[in-house]
Design a protein around this ligand. Structure first.
Ligand code: NAP
Length: 321
């Protein structure tokens, strides 16, 4: 069964020829202690992509786990695909290369495979004040870091189509990947079509509907306000399709994104779920089944990234009430 045999090598070829694995381990809200075990279990289960970010505060632990996996002979560096993201203060003028070097030092790596602008908005170091640096300036910095070779590919996250269009219009390094919230109840068809037309690969975050988001606590101890939202995992058509295929609702939601040609980065710190989320290569979801899953027509963004409100590059200004 070739699909099962080739699960670790299932990849999307980016516009620069780099191969990006279709499944990665998400690590938002994974504490340093949890993430070491999660990264090790994921690589042993066949994952080759790890998704982190400077703001997740776990790059150092992920670096430790990668180093140990390589020393143990489980995997080679060149078989891994490490994604990290520049937080908003690193997008300010002249800050990006320093931000990337700081992440590389924590990760104990010489390069990352993908470096993303976590947001389109630049802020001061303490996020006290935004920096009115347009996305064009942000992308000029990404073009420069790509040319250093410290990042094998570069991309954006939480940018809207118009912002991506302005960056592309500069005619510099293309955007290789767009990482956005995308799940059954926020299917993002317009964004996916736009990216396809511009040869930009798309990574879905919150593919399971991010059920753990409500537990998120800022370093200040503050919790965020999350609007009530229906649960993707409990969707009746998802549950029915899971039963039909002898799979779990999570596996159906992951396959839904994969069968739309997207990459996924489900997060878990639970070893059996890490394995479950990778065990999706023995079934597929047809176009008709995708249409049936989408019949509810629900489209509700969970991650409005409220801190962007008021910034001239707020990507979701049109969606705020
Ligand atoms: P997600 O992957 O949709 O959901 C993760 C949650 O689901 C966790 O609470 C996890 O709990 C639980 N879970 C995992 N596998 C499960 C399964 N098989 N069955 C039931 N529950 C399961 O949400 P996410 O973490 O928000 O998004 C995924 C990744 O995308 C993040 O970790 C991060 O790397 C990235 N991301 C990026 C951005 C961005 O702005 N670019 C924003 C959000 C997320 P346990 O850990 O307890 O298993």
């Amino acid at each position: 069964f070739q699909r099962i045999m080739s699960s670790s090598s299932a990849a999307i070829t980016l516009s620069n020829g780099v191969k990006m694995p279709v499944i990665g381990l998400g690590t938002w809200q994974s504490s340093p202690a949890e993430v070491i075990a999660a990264v090790k279990a994921s690589v042993k289960a066949g994952y080759r992509l790890i998704d982190t970010a400077a703001v997740y505060q776990n790059e150092e632990a992920i670096g430790t786990a990668i180093k140990e996996l390589i020393e143990e002979g489980v995997v080679k560096r060149e078989e891994l695909f490490i994604t990290t993201k520049a937080w908003t203060h690193e997008l300010a003028p002249e800050k990006l290369e320093g931000g990337l070097r700081a992440s590389l030092e924590k990760l104990q790596l010489e390069y990352v495979d993908l470096y993303l602008a976590h947001m389109p908005t630049a802020f001061n170091d303490d996020m006290s004040q935004h920096v009115a640096s347009p996305v064009e300036d942000v992308w000029r910095q990404f073009d420069a870091v790509y040319k250093t070779g410290l990042a094998k590919s570069v991309g954006v996250s939480n940018w809207n189509n118009e912002q991506i269009g302005r960056a592309l219009a500069l005619g510099l390094t293309p955007i290789h990947n767009s990482q956005v919230e995308l799940h059954l109840y926020f299917p993002q068809h317009e964004h996916v079509d736009f990216c396809k037309a511009h040869n930009i690969s798309v990574t879905s975050y919150a593919t399971l509907g991010s059920p753990g988001r409500v537990n998120f606590t800022l370093p200040t101890g503050q919790k965020l306000d999350w609007a009530p939202a229906p649960s993707d995992l409990e969707d009746k058509n998802v549950v029915a399709l899971a039963e039909k295929n002898n799979k779990t609702p999570a596996q159906v939601l992951l396959r839904y994104a994969l069968d739309r040609g997207l990459a996924i980065i489900p997060k878990s710190v639970n070893i059996s779920r890490i394995e479950e989320n990778f065990n999706v290569f023995d079934f597929t979801i047809s176009q008709e089944e995708i249409a049936k899953l989408e019949e509810s027509k629900i489209s509700q963004r969970l991650f409005l990234q409220d801190f962007m409100a008021g910034h001239p590059e707020d990507a979701f200004a049109n969606e705020r009430k």
